[in-house]
Ligand binder design. Sequence first.
Ligand code: CA
Length: 227
Amino acid sequence: MTRVLVVEDDPQLVRALVINLQARKYGVDAAPDGATALRLAAARQPDAVLLDLGLPDMDGIDIIKALRGWTRVPVVVLSARQGSDEKVAALDAGADDYVTKPFNMNELLARLRAAVRRTEDIPLVPETTLVETGDFSIDLFAKKVVRGGRDVRLTPTEWHLLEILVTNPGRLITQKQLLQEVWGVTQANKTNYLRVYMAQLRRKLEADPAHPRYLITEPGMGYRFEG
Ligand code: CA
């Protein structure tokens, strides 16, 4: 059974989420505040977390950071905050996806399924496990990136994107393929996700992120890794 931890302080929304999740055979735990959320995450080891950012005792961003200290559990953020700064902060902290309230329940459940599926994916078996460039090296087997002698910390979503690109060197991977593979969505209007994550990857890996050498944009089409 897939266990979901719902972190939300609005009792009506919690009730709606619990009913919908249980109807689809998920096991559900609910936490009305951050302290309970962190305790339940450790005690129950959920397979996914649905996280409201506005909680009575803690900022949801701090909860994501605390979780990422010890777990890669997929985190889907639920937020009434519309700003893209907030979205970027949540994604930077290690959230896997972001849904703005009010949301469509079916869409939320689809995002949740995609987030869970990503962590269950059978690992790719690339021809080589070590990808070396002039600036960084990637160990696909150990899931490690080293740049300038230091480990580069990537979120699970950043890693997934990078892995797809570097296992297809020189090949154009379309926006649609990446959205489908990484987020389980095909809507072209989600291409802003790709822009946010590619910008993060370039900041972490490229010597000059504004003029990338390795993570190349093909305008209007997709992305390519040049080794
Ligand atoms: Ca709230």
